[in-house]
Design a protein around this ligand. Structure first.
Ligand code: NAD
Ligand code: MLT
Length: 309
């Protein structure tokens, strides 16, 4: 059987696939047309976020049994088309949780202390100690929207810094939130009360534009907002408007509606710090997700069924 790896995968994962005795072909950077050709005769496709598995690709697949995503989000796969054709779409839900949580916290602290801006200023031979006055995290209110794997880890780190955590997640019970030391409330209440806000939901119909103009209008002026989940949960134009109008203090954004976000207003403001979708970009996370997806692919091709979805 043939496995096509169409995004870069760590060596540890590739080695497991190769040792399994299947025919492993690595071809990255394929266009949709190229993938439509390549997918013929392929039993398993391994991707990260770069490959778009569109309905056309699914349609062209004649032997495909599984699309394995080394990572969490499967928004680059037409899951409906795959499911209709009986193709499993599988992900690695745990492998990059800690890396994404740590990146979120790095972004939060960078926003609180203006670290990227101060670094750029000093490199430009300036010594602007007053310009980069920051804020402490201690005793601040931290709103966490989405209390799943990453949200829960981020909340824990906030507590370690002396922050009070407000949370919103329609699928988390009061009891569970209480056990995590989190006060459950609404998104609007978080927006009214928090000093820092972070979102950790999937991008769905319900979460698209969850943080929008109406929410920015009720926020305090000192708010710093972070998105290391998916572009579009925070409305990008409304965010740019709120920052430009001085309604909030700033933002830290790792993910964008369009990636790369060429020409985006979010790249133009000094008060918005940005990274190019680096949440899962650690050596450890990439090894974890590659190993997890390799085992999943082998299980499915050996007829043992999928563990994640
Ligand atoms: P998860 O499934 O463990 O948690 C998501 C949580 O969101 C769940 O608890 C769910 O109940 C909650 N949720 C669903 N709908 C909601 C809504 N309408 N309002 C509030 N909460 C809602 O997922 P995770 O592993 O914690 O990942 C969270 C997000 O981070 C995903 O979008 C994922 O794709 C993204 N992610 C990004 C990076 C990165 O590189 N920046 C890395 C890993 C994951
Ligand atoms: C994910 O969904 O796992 C992250 O966005 C990281 C990635 O795309 O590699």
């Amino acid at each position: 059987m043939k496995i096509l790896v169409s995004d870069s995968l760590s060596e540890e994962g590739l080695a497991i696939l190769k040792e399994s005795g299947f025919d492993v072909v690595v071809k990255t950077g394929l266009s949709e047309d190229e993938l439509v050709n390549e997918i013929k005769g392929v039993d398993a496709l391994v991707i990260r976020s770069g490959t778009q598995v569109t309905a056309r690709v699914i349609e062209a697949a004649d032997k495909l049994k599984i699309v394995g995503r080394a990572g969490v989000g499967v928004d680059n796969v037409d899951v409906e088309a795959a499911t209709k054709k009986g193709i499993i779409v599988s992900n690695t839900p745990d492998g990059n949780t800690l890396s994404a949580a740590e990146h979120t916290f790095a972004m939060l602290m960078s926003a609180a202390r203006n670290i990227p801006q101060a670094c750029a200023s000093l490199r430009a031979d300036k010594w602007e100690r007053n310009k980069f006055m920051g804020v402490e995290l201690n005793k601040k209110v931290f709103g966490v929207v989405g209390l799943g794997r990453i949200g829960a880890e981020v909340a824990k780190r906030g507590q370690a810094f002396g922050m009070t955590i407000l949370g919103y997640d329609p699928f988390v019970s009061e009891e569970r939130a209480k056990s995590m030391g989190i006060q459950l409330t609404t998104v609007e209440d978080i927006c009214r009360r928090a000093d820092f806000i972070t979102v950790h939901t999937p991008l769905t119909k319900e979460t698209t534009n969850l943080i929008n103009k109406d929410m920015f209008n009720v926020m305090k002026k000192n708010v710093r907002i972070i998105n290391c989940a998916r572009g579009g949960i925070i409305n990008e134009d409304d965010l740019a408007d709120a920052v430009e109008a001085g309604k909030i203090a700033g933002a830290a954004i790792d993910v964008f509606v369009k990636e790369p976000p060429t020409g985006s207003r979010l790249l133009k403001s000094d008060k918005i710090i940005v990274t190019p979708h680096l949440g899962a970009s650690t050596v450890e996370a990439q090894i974890n997700v590659a190993i997890d997806i390799a085992h999943e692919i082998i299980n499915v091709l050996n007829g043992e069924g999928a563990k994640s979805a």
